[in-house]
Design a protein around this ligand. Structure first.
Ligand SMILES: Cc1cc2nc3c(=O)[nH]c(=O)nc-3n(C[C@H](O)[C@H](O)[C@H](O)COP(=O)(O)O)c2cc1C
Length: 209
């Protein structure tokens, strides 16, 4: 089983990275093959809204974007994974620009006939056999955890369309001011969420047998 971490902090070794790493260690402890993709280290251009990826090649699981950058390879990895941890810091009440740029380029995972009205549909639906979790870090304390809601919506909207169940959403507040005890507790919590994601995917697979 492959679990892909998609990490949207511009800070490569920051808190968001550390909690994503802990989550993936939890998933690996259950036998999953894990990888953390740090979006900031990749060349991901802005979506130009040309709709070429969405309107063409319906037979493909991933549409073809005319932009030449790292996204085609990233979407291949995304397509091949069984589960996801998507993590972002809160920046100005929502996901970082790094994460948003990636999310917009996921448009290639959708298809729509040009002549028909409405929004594009997922090229591949996963019938909730694939699962995901979301981690959000922020300066606001845990008392203000609802500050993460817009991040959950922006990230979770695509999972909804692709029929990927979001198992857990976790906000880690006061991230720059956690003492050793609380920092350790959050590492333990994110590790457990990684374990849980793998268990939930296994459970969904067993239901099919
Ligand atoms: C430009 C910017 C905007 C931010 N906006 C918010 C915010 O709206 N709410 C909040 O709680 N924290 C905010 N923060 C704090 C970040 O969420 C925090 O620095 C981040 O979660 C730490 O993760 P990192 O170590 O991976 O960078 C902001 C930080 C920056 C740099």
């Amino acid at each position: 089983m492959k679990i892909l971490g998609i990490m949207g902090s511009p800070h490569p070794k920051g808190f968001c990275y550390q909690f994503t790493d802990s989550f993936l260690k939890g998933a690996a402890s259950k036998g999953a093959e894990v990888k953390q993709l740090q979006l900031i280290k990749h060349n991901i251009k802005y979506c130009r809204g040309c709709y070429k990826c969405v309107h063409n090649n319906q037979e493909l699981p991933i549409g073809i974007c005319p932009l030449k950058d790292d996204m085609a390879g990233i979407l291949q990895e995304y397509h091949q994974a069984d589960g996801y941890i998507m993590a972002t810091p809160v920046y100005d009440f929502t996901v970082t620009a790094v994460m948003k740029t990636f999310i917009e380029r996921r448009f290639a995972l959708y298809f729509k006939n040009k002549s028909e009205p409405g929004i594009p549909a997922a090229r591949v639906k996963h019938n909730y056999k694939k699962k995901a979790s979301i981690i959000v870090t922020g300066s606001a304390s845990d008392d203000y955890a609802p500050i993460a809601e817009p991040c959950y919506e922006v990230i979770g909207g695509h999972f909804m369309i692709e029929e990927i169940e979001v198992v857990d959403q976790c906000y880690i507040g006061s991230v720059h001011n956690l003492d050793e005890e609380h920092y350790g507790a959050k590492l333990d919590e994110t590790f457990s969420l990684g374990v849980r994601l793998v268990e939930e995917i296994e459970k969904a697979r067993q239901e099919d047998e």
